[in-house]
Design a protein around this ligand. Structure first.
Ligand SMILES: C[S@@+](CC[C@H](N)C(=O)[O-])C[C@H]1O[C@@H](n2cnc3c(N)ncnc32)[C@H](O)[C@@H]1O
Ligand code: SF4
Length: 457
């Protein structure tokens, strides 16, 4: 695609749109389950689902960060004190105990544990030990379980890495974002290549076998030259996986993003050019593009899952297996039973108060109806396999005019249409969010009355 073609496409398709880490997307959840209904769905997924051979997945949200990176869109609590950490760890363990008691399962079989945030390595070694030891002693961990953690290299020590590895953690994701000093300064995220290199090497020496870097394109002051510099350093350090996220600029939701001027933020064709450049550099270095915004070396299990058809996408991004149920523990954490979602209280105080009353701290959620389940399947297949088929079990009446909805994408060479299915072309990959929007019945029926989503470019 030449530059003029790209500009014309972006003029048409650069619109606010979801990233589809779930379907329906969170703003369209409307049928919040009662605690009893949620437990029934989780219990059914634990007991009899086709995917029960993986056991359950636990996601633990650790919201704490030492300082705010002003681009950040995550649910964080900036603090320097550790006084709130001990009670928080106890609350997360109490939440897990409540699930086990109400499900009548003393030690659930667990196939995946993910510590995310915020910054899990804000916790010191004793606090990490209490959290992980507490979770694992209450679980039957499968021998093939996958344990992963997100870390901020600026606050991660060899002691913490050794402790995590001793508990079986093998996957680690480092927040890198960008290596350019001007960009780092304006987003209040200053860290050196040496710091990132040291944590990567220490992690590998401790026993981690898959190292991921999170990078962002579209940050304020980024230029093609700054992306070149960042990619040079990234390719030298050679992580196994890379997430190259599009910067989600939502200052009306995240006031921290007002600390830089909008005119410093690359948009439209300029932003997309940064991604294209990053992709080119990574592919030259031997990485393969996966789904939306992700890359992996062919030796990594994420690429093997993409090849083998087991790639899955959920609230944590892409994973190499589809484990159900997903129990989300901690403030703002999201759970998935396969046919329902819940999100916990987003306010720390309220999270504690609900648990003190012996209630599951569910803030909102959604029970999927028949149409949701079919459409969720299409969005997932598009996001993970770049194709889908709407005959037989893939059919729901909303899809009667899917050919018309996709006609413009087909005319622009972004999808190949068949009578009962479609495939995303190489040119269409960059418009994957837009293509998924054609399958989003809830978005089609009610366009948001206020700004909800970042732009798709
Ligand atoms: C929980 S953080 C990672 C761990 C750790 N807190 C850190 O920053 O090193 C998750 C990732 O989300 C990404 N992220 C955060 N805010 C974003 C935004 N507004 N747009 C795109 N990606 C964002 C960043 O790449 C970040 O590394
Ligand atoms: S990017 Fe990471 S360290 Fe920075 S504020 Fe967000 S969660 Fe915290």
């Amino acid at each position: 695609m030449n530059t003029d073609e790209l500009r014309a496409r972006l003029a048409k398709y650069d619109v606010p749109g979801p990233r589809y880490t779930s379907y329906p997307t969170v703003p369209y959840w409307e049928d919040t389950p009662l605690e009893r209904q949620w437990l029934e769905r989780v219990g059914a997924a634990l007991g009899g689902s086709a995917r029960a051979d993986h056991g359950a997945a636990l996601y633990v949200h650790v919201p704490f960060c030492r300082a705010l990176c002003t681009f950040c869109g995550c649910n964080t609590r900036v603090t320097r004190t550790h006084a709130i950490v001990g009670p928080y760890v106890q609350a997360v363990l109490a939440e897990y105990a409540l699930y086990r008691e109400r499900l009548g399962v003393a030690q659930p079989e667990v196939g995946e544990v993910h510590l995310g945030g915020g910054t899990p390595t804000f916790l010191d070694e004793a606090e990490l030990e209490e959290l992980i030891g507490g979770l694992l002693s209450a679980s039957r961990l499968r021998s093939d379980a996958v344990l992963s953690v997100e870390v901020d290299p600026r606050v991660t020590t060899l002691g913490q890495l050794t402790l995590l590895a001793a508990h079986g953690f093998r996957r680690i994701s480092l927040g890198v974002q960008d290596f350019d000093p001007k960009v780092q300064n304006i987003v209040n995220r200053v860290q050196s290549v040496a710091q990132v290199q040291a944590v990567s090497e220490q992690a590998r020496a401790a026993g981690f076998t898959s190292v991921n870097f999170d990078l962002i394109y579209g940050l304020p002051l980024q230029t093609p030259a700054s992306i070149e510099g960042t990619m040079d350093a990234v390719c030298r350090l050679r992580p196994d996986r890379i997430a190259l996220y599009g910067y989600a600029h939502v200052p009306w939701i995240k006031p921290g993003q007002r600390r830089f001027t909008d005119s410093d933020v690359p948009e439209g064709a300029a932003k997309r050019a940064l991604y294209e450049l990053g992709r080119e550099r990574l592919e030259q270095a031997g990485y393969r593009e996966i789904g939306l915004d992700h890359f992996a070396l062919p030796s990594d299990s994420l690429w093997q899952a993409a090849e083998g058809g087991s790639l899955h996408r959920n609230f944590m991004g892409y994973t190499d297996r589809y484990t159900l149920p997903l129990l989300g523990l901690g403030v703002s954490a999201i759970g998935d039973s396969g046919d329902g979602y819940v999100q916990n209280e987003k306010d720390l105080q309220q999270y504690h108060e609900r648990l003190a009353r012996h209630e599951l701290p569910i803030h909102r959620g959604h029970l999927l109806d028949g149409e949701d389940l079919v459409l969720r399947g299409h969005v997932l297949r598009l996001m993970t396999r770049m194709e889908t088929n709407w005959s037989g079990p893939g059919y729901t009446p909303f899809l009667d005019d899917i050919g018309a909805r996709l006609a413009e994408f087909a005319a622009d060479g972004l999808v190949e249409l068949r009578p009962d299915g479609c495939r995303v072309t190489a040119a269409g990959r960059g418009f994957l969010r837009n293509i998924c929007m054609a399958f989003d019945a809830r978005l089609a029926r009610r366009s948001p009355e206020r700004a909800l989503f970042s732009r798709t470019a």
